[in-house]
Design a protein around this ligand. Structure first.
Ligand code: SF4
Length: 320
């Protein structure tokens, strides 16, 4: 099952998936496009609200939560694909952004680009090369069906971002059919509005959102959800969420954007703690991190950098 929109407003892209599988199991996910504008929005809370819809609730009622996780999806499309090869490595699959957003499919493109990179690596090794750039990989991607697949849908996300869900997705559908049947798009090749972090409105210009308390049956709180991710970090390991400027969250993000890190993080890692007369403090509960990378992408000041934690620590996604 796939859905689009609700409970998100028309200006915010996203939707859901429910995959029914195995012995009475369902994998339920909710996607919020990170170019959302309202700093009061919480992707986690939107997900909880989504589950209370009259069509979704009966699927989940009587069930038990067994896993939780979160991940940023690279869905900028063809216009956002970066340089693919660098000395000693190459980007394949979702690392390079090869997911086909409107078709909600990426595994085929991930497998194919993995094969293309492997073939380029094989040829390089066979000719005695090592640690240089796999220059052959990028041209083979551009002549593969992956490139064609992404080219057909290249305007869907830019149209969705610019014109909202109702109009933007309708225009995206027209654009896809025009590409498919006529071989060209009336929109040419559109660019996105800009980086996701730059789309946030100041809190003063945005409508506060109040979310319902979780009922503990269908909707849940963040901390009990994070527990189910199995995430683990040693208490004394170096913090893997680096702030370029430690005072910036309280100095700038709090007054201007009501510090959105408190809401965009799906693991409750960031808190603004104020007690009595004391100045507010920005607290990072790095041990809770589920490594979704949202903070690295959405922080309006680009002040947070996620780095791999010591010893490969992080979520243990057994059932996901
Ligand atoms: S701290 Fe960043 S990477 Fe970790 S869960 Fe929160 S938003 Fe995701």
């Amino acid at each position: 099952m796939h859905t689009m929109g609700w409970p998100l407003d028309d200006r915010t892209g996203g939707g859901s998936f429910i995959y029914h599988y195995g012995e009475n199991l369902a994998a339920v996910g909710f996607v919020v496009h990170l170019d959302y504008e309202n700093p009061f929005l919480s992707p986690f809370q939107e997900f909880q609200c989504f589950k209370t819809h009259k069509t979704i609730r009966p699927i989940l009622e009587g069930g038990r939560r067994i896993a939780y996780g979160a991940r940023a999806i690279t869905e900028g499309g063809l216009q956002a694909v970066p340089k693919l090869a660098f000395p000693g490595g190459a980007l394949i699959g979702c690392a390079a952004g090869f997911v086909n957003l409107p078709r909600i499919k990426g595994s085929h493109n991930a497998m194919k680009t993995g094969m293309l990179a492997a073939e380029a690596a094989f040829e390089a090794l066979a000719s005695g090369r090592a640690h240089d750039v796999l220059d052959d990989y990028e041209p083979t991607f551009e002549s593969s069906h992956v490139y064609g697949d992404l080219k057909l849908v290249r305007n869907v996300k830019p149209l969705w971002s610019r014109y909202g869900t109702s109009l933007g997705v309708t225009l995206g559908g027209i654009d896809m059919w025009a590409n498919q049947i006529l071989g060209f798009s009336p929109f040419g090749t559109m660019l996105t509005k800009g980086p996701d972090f730059a789309q946030l409105l100041p809190a003063a210009k945005a409508k506060p959102i109040s979310y319902e308390k979780p009922d503990g049956v269908i909707s849940f709180d963040i901390l009990s959800s994070v527990f189910l991710s199995g995430t683990h970090h040693d208490e004394d390991e170096p913090v893997h969420l680096k702030l370029k400027e430690p005072t910036l969250p309280i100095r700038e993000n709090l007054p201007v954007y009501a510090e959105p890190a408190q809401r965009y993080c799906p693991a409750g890692v960031f808190e603004v703690v104020a007690s009595g007369e004391n100045r507010p403090q920005f607290v990072i509960n790095a041990a809770n991190c589920v490594h979704c990378k949202t903070c690295d992408i959405k922080d309006p000041a680009q002040n947070i950098t996620w780095v791999p934690p010591e010893g490969g620590d992080g979520p243990a996604y057994g059932a996901m």
